[in-house]
Ligand binder design. Structure first.
Ligand SMILES: *Cc1c(COP(=O)(O)O)cnc(C)c1O
Length: 428
């Protein structure tokens, strides 16, 4: 839908909600309140809302634990021993990968390190890593500490991509040019799939192809892409990826992460990795013998036995995703975010107070719009918050708003537009 078809009236928002085939999913979530009223929740990029069904999924495992205790590991269809398999069909749709290429485990920053152990193998000739400048701090700390762990100097190794002067986001052609420029010194491109600050989606397919052309690998941090934009990791030939489940995947604060490892690495017991008993061949695990034999595929990167309660909450949300369908979600998402963009541009117009820095091109963004605040600073955000808008403020000067297609409505966006209109008068 082009911006021209949007309309400024309340009737338009009401009509869009009436015609929205996903509109009933909103009722499946708990909404927080601000000043006693249900919030306009645009913060799914930071912490997704709680599905009402989470409680029953958790209760079921609590009951299994109470009734079966240790027997729960092998009892019936809920057997904890195999619990990791339950999430695979949904993860497969969300990430566009084979089930054996995916496994839910650990937390994101932990997984970033584990993947680096296998996929960052610097040699004196080939040791450089490309990342976008201003990457999420955990990713920066991870990279620097990994580089130092190998006895190298981060300044010699890490190549940061910056936007052109006067621009806020990266051009694909510039990313690809830098990959070619680093050429046979490059061993890894390790970027976000969707940049948390600007909301830009990178062309993972093209970046991966360029990395492979110079003999390097490509891995992505999908924290902000997971459950937000359709992904085709296998077909894009991406080497590895990780994400978290508490943002768009609505699985609860700090909940479980996951990893993707392309099937070309499925049978590579020679790949260095930090091993644990849960990555060891499932059939022989309880023989408790010496000699690590990794499981086929991503499962071979597991260390510890599955966090059953975390996976239960995760599953509640994944089941909702499967029901809604990632393509349906994307279709609504483009409309919802397009509508937000239309209202912001129309209302803030030439005020000079704020500017959207997220790309206009749909294929280069997910649901989030990042607004650079030129005047008023955090007071603008505080004012919106007082009116019930839950977005987030990111230093130095960005407000991120993420209308999510699962639980946000066109009326949410319309109501935000009214609040924006009022607030701009204060900062004029
Ligand atoms: C949210 C986020 C993280 C958070 O890492 P945790 O290990 O889950 O605390 C890391 N990297 C990026 C890019 C993120 O967006």
């Amino acid at each position: 839908m082009s911006a021209l078809e949007f309309d400024f009236s309340e009737e338009f928002a009401l009509k869009m909600d009436r015609e929205d085939p996903l509109s009933t999913f909103r009722d499946r979530f708990h909404f927080p309140k601000v000043n006693g009223n249900p919030a306009i929740y645009f913060c799914g990029n930071s912490l997704g809302l709680q599905p009402k069904s989470v409680k029953s999924y958790l209760d079921r495992e609590l009951k299994n634990w109470a009734d079966l205790a240790v027997d729960g590991h092998f009892h019936g269809e809920d057997a904890w021993y195999h619990v990791r398999k339950k999430s695979k069909p949904a993860l497969s749709e969300i990430f566009g990968a084979h089930e054996h290429e995916l496994v839910a485990m650990n937390n994101l920053s932990v997984n970033l390190h584990l993947l680096m152990v296998s996929f960052y193998r610097p040699t004196p000739e080939r040791y450089k890593i490309i990342i976008e400048k201003g990457a999420f701090p955990s990713d920066q700390y991870m990279l620097e500490s990994q580089v130092k762990f190998h006895g190298l100097n981060p300044d010699d190794v890490i190549v940061e991509l910056s936007p052109r002067t006067g621009e806020y986001t990266l051009r694909t052609e510039d990313i690809l040019a830098e990959i070619r420029n680093q050429g046979d010194q490059l061993t890894l491109v390790n970027m976000a799939g969707l940049q948390y600050y600007t909301g830009q989606v990178f062309d993972m397919k093209a970046i991966t192809a360029a990395a492979h052309e110079v003999g390097a690998l490509a891995g992505f941090d999908l924290a902000h892409a997971a459950g937000n934009v359709p992904l085709y990791l296998h077909d894009w030939n991406v080497d590895f990826a990780t994400w978290c489940s508490y943002k768009y995947l609505n699985s609860g604060p700090g909940n479980i992460s996951g990893v993707y490892v392309h099937e070309r690495f499925a049978e590579r017991p020679d790949l260095p990795r930090f091993a644990g008993w849960w990555g060891h061949d499932e059939g022989q695990r309880f023989q408790m013998e010496k000699g690590f034999l990794p499981m086929y595929g991503a499962d071979g990167w597991q260390l510890a036995n599955s966090n059953v309660l975390a996976l239960a909450a995760h599953q509640a949300s994944l089941d909702i995703f499967q029901e809604a369908g990632i393509q349906n979600l994307r279709q609504k998402s483009e409309q919802l975010t397009g509508y937000l963009e239309f209202l912001i541009k129309k209302i803030s117009g030439e005020s000079g107070i704020l500017e959207i820095i997220t790309p206009e091109n749909q294929s280069e963004r997910g649901c989030q719009l990042s607004l650079l605040i030129h005047r008023g600073g955090k007071a603008v955000f505080d004012e919106w918050y007082q009116q019930g808008v839950l977005g987030d403020w990111r230093n130095p000067n960005v407000i991120r708003l993420a209308p999510t297609p699962l639980y946000n409505s066109f009326m949410d966006v319309f109501r935000f537009g009214k609040i924006l209109e009022q607030s701009l008068k204060k900062f004029a």
